[in-house]
Design a protein around this ligand. Structure first.
Ligand code: B1M
Length: 210
């Protein structure tokens, strides 16, 4: 059976080739895509985060690990989604202004798309007015906000404020997520929900739009 800790090691070693090789090997051995993600890749990125925090890895190195992670996610992409679900609604999603982290948000996008949502991914560093404009233009049922930095969390509140100001708050549900975010914060800023990971975001989106 595949040892998924080797995948974490390869990610920390910034070895994209090896990561991809191990992902393909695990799939060949019948390991589920979700398990590869949750037990091999995400723990690897957690170690990268710790090393970054301790000054054992620097930004260019973290970027190389992030690139390896994205390449692995590309392989898993077609296998991650729920099958047989019908179009469930329109979603506008992005990482808030000042924040450039997008790996987790892209996983959320992946899950939502494969669950049949029509997803408009605005990318990273998205200003509150940009979100509000997109909600209006796309007629979104759901707005998803991601933040990975404690310093950009307040931007989530500002984004909700912008949606309120544009008179759209009653027509769109807002969900928030990202490592520093929690349910309490979501409640404080007036979001409709919080999800801790991509799978829960998918469930939450479906529940809110039912
Ligand atoms: Co940055 N970074 N980073 N970084 N980075 C963190 C987040 C950090 C925790 C590392 C650390 O110090 N331990 C720390 C934040 C500390 C804090 O504020 N609490 C940090 C810092 C400080 C910084 C810089 C300030 C560093 C610097 O320049 N001195 C800088 C800021 C740049 C900016 O954004 N303005 C910076 C830069 C970067 C890189 C560009 C090098 C790179 C990002 C590359 C990219 O995303 N394309 C990077 C990375 C890779 C990380 C770590 C190592 C990994 C993040 C990741 O991709 N995780 C991260 C440490 C860590 O998280 N362990 C760190 C894997 C991903 C699958 O998980 O993103 O949590 P995550 O997403 C999950 C859930 O959170 C959730 O579902 C996802 C999937 O299950 N989720 C949602 C996410 N969004 C959601 C939205 C939802 C629902 C759920 O609904 C809409």
């Amino acid at each position: 059976m595949s040892d998924l800790s080797l995948m974490s090691d390869a990610l920390v070693a910034m070895n994209e080739q090896k990561v991809k090789e191990l992902v393909r090997e695990a799939l060949d051995q019948g390991v589920l895509a979700r398990e590869i993600l949750n037990k091999g890749l995400v723990p690897g990125m957690d170690i990268v985060g710790e090393k970054m925090e301790n000054g054992d890895m620097f930004i260019p190195e973290v970027l190389m690990s992030a690139k390896a992670m994205s390449a692995a996610v590309e392989i898993l992409k077609p296998l991650l989604g729920d099958e047989g679900l019908t179009a469930a609604g329109k979603v506008v999603i992005g990482t808030v202004k000042g924040d450039l982290h997008d790996i987790g948000k892209n996983l959320v996008v992946l899950m939502l798309e494969s669950a049949g949502f029509e997803v408009y991914n605005l990318g990273v560093d998205v200003a509150p007015e940009e979100f509000a404009r997109a909600v209006q233009e796309k007629g979104a049922d759901l707005l998803g906000l991601s933040a990975l930095l404690t310093t950009t969390m307040p931007m989530m509140k500002k984004t909700i404020d912008a949606v309120v100001e544009s008179g759209l708050r009653d027509s769109v549900k807002v969900i928030v997520g990202g490592a520093p975010v929690n349910q309490k914060f979501a409640d404080e800023i007036g979001a409709d929900g919080y999800a801790s990971d991509a799978g829960s975001a998918n469930k939450l989106a479906k529940a809110l739009l039912q």
